[in-house]
Write a protein that binds this ligand. Sequence first.
Ligand code: TRP
Length: 333
Amino acid sequence: MSKGKAIVMSGIRPTGFLHLGNYFGAMRNYVKLQEEYTCFFMVADLHALTTHPDTKELKSNVHRVLAENIACGINPDKAALYCQSHVRETSELYLYLNMLAYLGELEKTTTFKDKARLQPDNINAGLLTYPVLQTADIILHRATWVPVGKDQEQHLEMARNFVNRFNHRYGDVFPEPMAYNFGEDLVKVPSLDGTGKMSKSENQLATLYLADTDEMIRKKVMKAKTDSGPTSPNSPKPDYIENIFQLMRLVSSPDTIAQFESAYDECSIRYGDMKKQLAEDMVNFIAPIREKAESIRTNETYLKEIMEKGAEKARESASATMKLVRATMGLEY
Ligand code: TRP
């Protein structure tokens, strides 16, 4: 990693399976970022404990997320790909930052309120200070760019507040982290039931996962909502039909797309054929990623090696920051 490049940091929670929306919304962009920036991509296993205190499946989830990320093109030789709990400096910085975080602002956080509602019997302090831990993840590397979805913008705003409080109270150490916006590159991946986007938690049959078998992909695509077709030439497309075209644009060849576009305009389109074609193109797109992820996931020696290499890079950057933090805070006796 060369000096002077801007620093990018992001975290991925090891809960749920990656789907096509994650791929086109996040992974594909991470892969581009690693070419231009010094990147830290982290599996947020400590954050997972705030909602999933049972650790029985944590190891296999961490392995799966790592494998899926590598299969999508994250290159562990370019980016630092590591596990949050392997960088102990995170916990130290989290502790210092907690003294700069006020109860009032933490209680007001949207994600806290949502999660507290979902788990009324486990409103733990970790859940409350989730944004503080996230801030520690980011500023431990003095990162300026954080590629995240819209749902994380409030956490980033809080991170900027904590950074400013630290810098004012003790001295300038941290740059303000900003959400990295992909603009044009942020493609929407519609769900197969014609409502909203593909997502981890909503209708699983309307979401294509990178771990889905060929049969499962075909089954889901063939179930996508259609109708009896347009009745007059060049009609506008209903949303659920536009969604199928949108999915095609992600994985099918320009010729295939043009062919179905003109069939639609001429009212000769057969949605059964279109979905069959889309299903095959999806299978051809997803199967190699699934197979690659599977072979990485089951190679524990390789995964350990990757995690150790990533953690080493992360710790190197973290320990430099923490030296500066302790000195600036006056904690050197
Ligand atoms: N909170 C993020 C999410 O739910 C995950 C995360 C943890 C993260 N630490 C981070 C994201 C640091 C960006 C930077 O998706």
